[in-house]
Design a protein around this ligand. Structure first.
Ligand code: HAM
Length: 419
């Protein structure tokens, strides 16, 4: 017997009918970005490994433990993209998108890859919807970006989540905090590996999973207390802008994002019904990233929303719509001559804008009716020799079983009337 294959461990897959929900979630999250003028950027799934080591940062788990890296046939080191921002920056720099109107406003959707330990809501291949606004540093733009994510969640019916925000300030604020934080860390009794991690990026210790490190870090100096006037004013302006569009938030000075490029405003959306993997989206400003990757010194801000987790969040809140898949009419041809008339009729109705399914093969009427029912179609017709001869069909409303006689020539307008 041939081997039966299984999908690799920890990947998320979407099969009908849940795939319809996945598609609906992706489209709904995208709509507010389209309304704000963001345009699609479609990027390669793999990039030069160094783009991520330099862009995302070597101190991060994402780079140090979770990358799917391989050598191609030409001996180049490539990595399956663990996130979208570095790739967007690479493309913006490579194709000079930053030489025109600013900000450059882009969105992307697709699979991302991290070799994490799989569990509910944490996958090795997962899906993100993301946006990036590059080239302008303006608190209203920060609030626009955050507001787009918020509207997407609300359009999907989510309510049991909160938005955490903080500010990592400008370079001067971060430098002052960093030197005090390093002093604090040096006063702790830490193992060599943790010390090495802290040397690369001391903020990482706030993010440590171990309870003993977490409790030691409780009294560590917080960046939010080190913001200079300019950074504080900026953060205050972002909050005022969020208030003006009705986006509720909580300030969380302990928040540390898992990627090294962040500066200024950073944020995370946390869902309360998801257990450990509660982050349904996050992002922030990244002032030095573009320059680090060889481009101009331009600021940017963006987010990545985890589509898989948003879907789980909707299921946990019970706000999954039941009527996502929409079929107007199911056509059942009976007998060979009717098949060709039915095939042409289905084509015509689809061109007229209706969603039509038809039964194929030599199906008995009972089986075909069952399929019509399962398809979720609102109406069904049977097309046999008698119907073709009379030019009339019985239009059956599936939910009520009500039947009305309709001429084939008026079928489209009758469907439109009932929609
Ligand atoms: P991130 O916080 O690493 O940010 O990921 C964004 C979202 O992707 C998370 O909030 C989560 O919902 C989802 N996610 C991450 N890892 C997994 C996983 N293993 N399984 C399922 N879902 C996951 C970024 O990736 C940044 N590039 C966001 C950004 C854009 N910042 C600025 N611009």
């Amino acid at each position: 017997m041939n081997p039966k294959f299984q999908a690799p461990k920890g990947v998320s897959e979407y099969l009908p009918p849940r795939s319809n929900l996945f598609d609906y979630v992706s489209r709904t999250l995208t709509a507010p970005a389209l309304a704000a003028g963001y345009e699609l950027i479609e990027l390669p799934i793999f990039e030069d490994t160094e783009l991520f080591t330099r862009g995302v940062g070597e101190s991060t788990d994402v780079v140090s433990k979770e990358m799917y890296t391989f050598e191609d046939r030409g001996g180049r080191s490539l990595t399956l993209r663990p996130e979208g921002t570095a790739g967007v920056m690479r493309a913006v720099i490579e194709h000079n998108l930053d030489r025109g109107q600013l900000p450059v406003k882009l969105y992307y959707r697709g699979p991302f890859f991290r070799a994490e330990r799989p569990q509910a809501g944490r996958y090795r291949q997962f899906y993100q919807f993301g946006i990036e606004a590059i080239g302008v540093n303006d608190p209203y733009l920060d609030a626009e970006v955050i507001g787009i994510a918020y509207s997407g969640y609300r359009k999907l019916g989510l309510t049991n989540f909160s938005l955490h925000i903080t500010s990592l300030g400008d370079a001067e604020s971060r430098d002052r905090h960093r030197s005090d934080l390093i002093k604090f860390i040096n006063s702790l009794n830490l193992d060599e590996e943790t010390k090495a991690r802290a040397a690369k990026n001391p903020l990482r210790l706030f993010d440590d999973k171990r309870e003993e490190i977490r409790s030691k870090m409780q009294t560590a100096p917080l960046l939010l207390d080190y913001l200079n006037d300019e950074s504080q004013d900026n953060f205050t302006a972002v909050q005022a802008a969020l208030k003006s569009i009705g986006v509720p938030y909580e300030i969380n000075p302990h928040m540390v994002r898992g990627l090294d490029y962040y500066t200024g405003t950073t944020f995370e959306f946390v869902h309360k019904g998801l257990g450990a993997q509660s982050g349904i989206g996050g992002g922030g400003r990244y002032d030095g990233l573009m320059e680090t990757l060889g481009g101009q010194d331009l600021s940017g801000i963006g987010f990545g929303l985890g589509i898989d987790r948003v879907l789980l969040a909707m299921e946990s809140e019970g706000c999954v719509p039941t009527n996502i898949r929409y079929v107007d009419l199911y056509v059942i041809p009976l007998g060979v001559p009717a098949q060709s008339s039915a095939f042409a009729l289905v084509n015509e109705l689809r061109h007229a804008g209706f969603v039509i399914e038809q039964s194929f093969g030599d199906r008995a009427l009972k089986g075909a009716m069952k399929a019509a029912d399962k398809s979720g179609a609102r109406f069904a017709i049977v097309l046999g020799d008698a119907e073709i001869a009379s030019g009339t069909v019985e239009l059956k409303e599936m939910s009520t079983g009500k039947v009305s006689s309709v001429t084939l020539s008026t079928l489209a307008s009758e469907l439109a009337k009932r929609s």
